[in-house]
Design a protein around this ligand. Structure first.
Ligand SMILES: O=C(CO)[C@@H](O)[C@H](O)COP(=O)(O)O
Length: 257
């Protein structure tokens, strides 16, 4: 078993910083009303392992622990096979029950640095119906680049959920997938981006549901979706990129391709 204290100092510092980020981001789940009790989790890939010639690692919350108690020192460190390393936490402290799903995503989507899972009400209601959320809002085009897809029903406990997440997201620009009759999983370049996607996923799931109560909704034309997505992903905010820097952040290709 890999032991944290045997790792190079630089990597131990990366692990510590990742633990702090993942612990802090878990507070965003109840703050944004995305979870009840402990029903949600955040993970982030530890940077620098490849440079150190070591196996990949990620940090995830311990299973079933209250968000009030999720301090950095109880964040669990796992290999990309989902195995807990000797990370300084009590041996009895088990990683999230969704660790296998997060690990599968990290093994099969190298550009992904963060994964989030919730059971947020409106997104999970769409998942209960096996129904993709149609891209009828500019906010959906901005953040999801189109519809939010539905993934297959899969039981927890092996690679089934992770495989369903990856197989679905590989066919979409969306950083969110609604796993059928379970709930949303989101990805991002880091954990903060994945948490943002989870917040935006619940917001648009609610808005589109309300709109459909009022009447028919109309999907935005694909050319407009592509234009909105390219702008938001590359120009919005304070970090506007030059044309040569622009790419699709979720899939590493040219934006709009
Ligand atoms: O869906 C499930 C359990 O069926 C999980 O997503 C839990 O809701 C969160 O589990 P932990 O991360 O606390 O283990």
């Amino acid at each position: 078993m890999l032991t944290l204290t045997d790792l190079p100092e630089a990597l131990r510092q990366h692990v510590a910083a990742t633990r702090e980020r993942v612990a802090a981001l878990h507070a965003e789940l109840p703050r944004n009303e995305l979870v009840v009790w402990t029903a949600g989790n955040v993970s982030e890939r530890v940077p620098g392992t490849e440079e150190a010639g070591l196996p990949g690692l990620f940090v995830i919350k311990p299973s079933g622990v209250s968000y009030d108690d999720l301090a950095a020192e109880v964040m669990v460190v796992c290999t990309l096979d989902g195995e807990k390393i000797d990370d300084g936490t009590p041996a009895r402290l088990q990683p999230s029950s969704d660790t296998a799903a997060h690990a599968y995503v990290y093994r099969h989507m190298e550009h992904v640095g963060g994964v989030v899972h919730t059971h947020s009400t409106y997104a999970t209601a769409w998942a209960a119906r096996h129904e993709a959320i149609p891209c009828v809002l500019t906010m959906m085009a901005d953040e999801f680049g189109g519809d939010i897809p539905v993934g297959p029903f899969a039981l927890i406990g092996d690679d089934s959920i992770g495989r369903g997440i990856v197989d679905t997201l590989r066919e979409s620009r969306s950083p969110a997938v609604l796993m059928a009759q379970h709930g949303p999983f989101t990805i991002g370049k880091d954990a903060r981006a994945a948490v943002k996607a989870a917040v935006m996923c619940e917001e648009v799931a609610r808005t589109v549901h309300v709109a459909r109560q009022l009447g028919e909704v109309q999907r935005i034309e694909q050319a407009h979706i592509d234009s909105l997505y390219a702008r938001y992903q590359n120009v919005y905010g304070q970090g506007g990129k030059q044309p040569e820097q622009q790419q699709d952040p979720h899939h590493g290709e040219e934006a709009g391709s």
